[in-house]
Design a protein around this ligand. Sequence first.
Ligand SMILES: C[S@@+](CC[C@H](N)C(=O)[O-])C[C@H]1O[C@@H](n2cnc3c(N)ncnc32)[C@H](O)[C@@H]1O
Length: 301
Amino acid sequence: MTVVLQKTALQGKTKRTNTIQLGKMHKRVKQTSRSRDAKLDKYWAQRFSLFSRFNDGIQLDDESWWSVTPEKIAHHIAARFHKSLGGGHLTIVDGFCGVGGNLIQFALYSPHIRVIGCDINLERLMMAKHNAKIYGVEHQCEFILGDFMSIIQSLQCQAIDAIFLSPPWGGVDYGIVEKYSLNQMTPDGYEIVKLCRKYITNDIAFLMPRNTDIDEVRRVLLTKQYPELECEHNMVGTKVKTITMYFGRLINPDSELAESSSQLLNVTNVPDVVTIDDDIEEKDETETSLQVEVIDSEDSW
Ligand SMILES: C[S@@+](CC[C@H](N)C(=O)[O-])C[C@H]1O[C@@H](n2cnc3c(N)ncnc32)[C@H](O)[C@@H]1O
């Protein structure tokens, strides 16, 4: 991850205090013009790629800043669900909905889509509800608080068309290993899929780290009963950011299955340069703009 701060006509050295609204949180950041927190800037610069309606009052907690699915990827996944499942009235379960990045895009895709969002964290679930309201889709969403591994079984009695999974990858350290195993996750990624298959459906999409050990996924999850999967590389700009693994009816019949190759799909285009000068409360006369250029945001998830 490299963040380059470009300061244009920045001559003033006055100490300023800026209030930066991070979703619900208001962080008061004491800084000189030259000592802006680069990490904060990175996420802040990406806010509209996470939620295009960010300025309408979107709420995120600290963890969600790096774990929410960027809106364009979430929209792309929602479009695939809708197409693969044949449109019409659908019920989709988002097993790990967080603050609603995917949940909102599923609901937004069609007024006939109902989404059941589950999360173990109450605060995040409340934020998902709040964020869904901002996008005008709250009435299409239901929220269940609890451990998805326990919730799955109780969802058996409902007519569910498909399941979306984006469990936590164990923090930003997931990138340290060359090959990431789904059993490094908590809950274990393989166990999640097995339970979904057992109690609900094999029509599953699973958002995984880009360094996921695909061969291991094949070995563990491809069986006689479930012989196919599709591996989609999601790119932001020119970088693979995540892998989405599709099972069952969610496999695109036009794409090659992971058995032979993986599909390379450029689904997002995050703007390289985001101007954030409107965040500065007390402007120096001499300062015309402060830009953050995100060269490479590889550890966003
Ligand atoms: C990667 S985030 C999901 C982000 C979400 N897709 C979005 O775009 O906003 C993973 C979420 O799983 C939740 N979680 C962790 N363990 C869980 C469990 N056992 N059952 C349900 N949710 C869990 C976390 O609280 C977190 O909000």
